[in-house]
Write a protein that binds this ligand. Structure first.
Ligand SMILES: NC(=O)c1ccc[n+]([C@@H]2O[C@H](COP(=O)([O-])OP(=O)(O)OC[C@H]3O[C@@H](n4cnc5c(N)ncnc54)[C@H](OP(=O)(O)O)[C@@H]3O)[C@@H](O)[C@H]2O)c1
Length: 347
């Protein structure tokens, strides 16, 4: 049996407690429709650590497991039929959580397997680290704004959290489609966010955000709110002050849950209220969608084209060596990253 070095967790818990670099973990074998990739860089996402210990995600995650969904590397084998790829080609792509929670074959290893429908060709002008920063966050931004929010030229959109992994790509996607974009960040992230092209950037720490939004945009409300933060429920509860009556609130963060049973129960209760309580029973009279992003080939092609055309540029907070992946998790779990965190697997 061929083996590889891989970060593996065999029980559920926080990364520092359960994630270990194993020197002889079985190298994955591609099935039909999968491409074998020699990993050069892996991107981190909050779902990586959440599926290790935050309910309810951890309940669907099997172990032992290699974490993470974003990969960039070199084609080493597998089923290349219909892809136009050949051995040695440089690629990047998504390992969907819906699959890795069962297969347990994530990106944070020397090799991984990826469904050929989720592989994109790496532009020569971008590094492996840069392209590993795109898949999950960029596809999520596209799914929320374009697929679900039906954003188009002239749409007025408020993106909560413009400096995070998803938000920094969401601002760029919305501008690429010709939307009017308002976003938020703390003063520390303002320099970065102002380079992304947003029409207005609000400091969410200056005063309560719903009041800022109502004062500035109550007379010209938004068509779409995209919430990538979820930390402040009042942004949803008060959104009728700045979201049009037929507007759409798309949420990917959901209520805050920290792994405890109590936070899971209160989170699920608040969540069901958002989705099910009608306006006449005290609910917010606006359309609300929460979802876990699921990519199809049309979405993958669309984001590959955005990257290839340079309409979305990589935003990297930090790059960590493979051996220092636990430090990368500390940074990810701080919720202070400006853009994406990437682990360099092979120099
Ligand atoms: N449903 C899905 O399919 C899906 C997919 C991807 C991600 N997600 C979820 O979406 C959320 C965001 O993911 P991410 O990768 O963007 O996370 P992230 O990169 O860790 O987000 C960090 C950023 O959040 C900003 N931030 C923190 N609190 C904020 C606030 N109150 N207002 C505005 N910005 C704030 C921070 O900026 P400052 O330091 O400037 O405050 C920092 O730049 C996570 O909960 C993740 O699990 C869901």
């Amino acid at each position: 049996m061929s083996t590889m070095r891989a970060w593996v967790y065999r029980t559920k818990g926080k990364p520092a407690d359960v994630l270990r670099l194993e020197p002889d973990y079985p190298k994955p074998v591609p099935t039909s429709s999968q491409v074998l990739v020699r990993v050069k860089a892996a991107g981190l996402n909050p779902i990586g650590y959440k599926s290790m210990y935050v309910a309810p995600l951890k309940f669907s995650q099997k172990v032992p497991s290699v974490p993470e969904q974003d990969v960039a590397g070199v084609v080493e084998g597998g089923d290349l039929e219909g892809t136009g790829l050949k051995l040695g080609d440089e690629v990047f792509g998504l390992l969907p959580i819906q699959e890795t929670n069962k297969t347990c074959k994530g990106a944070l290893a020397e090799y991984t397997v990826i469904d050929k429908a989720n592989v994109m060709r790496k532009p020569a002008s971008l590094s492996f680290e840069e392209t590993a920063s795109f898949p999950l966050a960029l596809l999520t931004a596209y799914w929320a704004l374009v697929t679900t929010g039906e954003l188009q030229k002239g749409t007025r959109v408020f993106i909560n959290g413009g400096s995070g992994g998803v938000g920094a790509y969401a601002v760029q996607v919305a501008k690429a489609y010709g939307a009017f974009v308002v976003t938020t960040c703390s003063p520390a992230s303002r320099d970065l966010v102002s380079t992304l092209g947003a029409d207005d950037v609000l400091d969410y720490r200056a005063s309560p955000l719903p009041a800022q939004l109502k004062a500035k945009y109550g007379n010209e409300p938004f068509d779409l709110v995209f919430d990538t933060v979820g930390a402040d429920p009042s942004v949803w509860h008060k959104c009728s002050g700045y979201l049009k009556p037929k507007g759409h609130y798309v949420d990917v963060a959901g209520p805050h849950m920290d792994g405890s049973l109590g936070s899971m129960l209160s989170g699920m209760t608040s969540f069901m209220g958002r989705m099910l309580r009608p306006g006449f029973l005290g609910g917010v009279p606006r359309k609300y969608t929460f979802g876990i992003m699921a990519a199809d080939r049309q979405m993958v092609d669309a984001v590959e084209e955005l990257v290839r055309a340079g309409k979305v540029r990589p935003i990297i907070d930090s790059v960590f060596a493979f051996e220092h992946a636990l430090e990368a998790y500390d940074r990810q779990m701080s919720s202070r990253a400006q853009g994406k965190i990437v682990v360099r697997v092979e120099a």
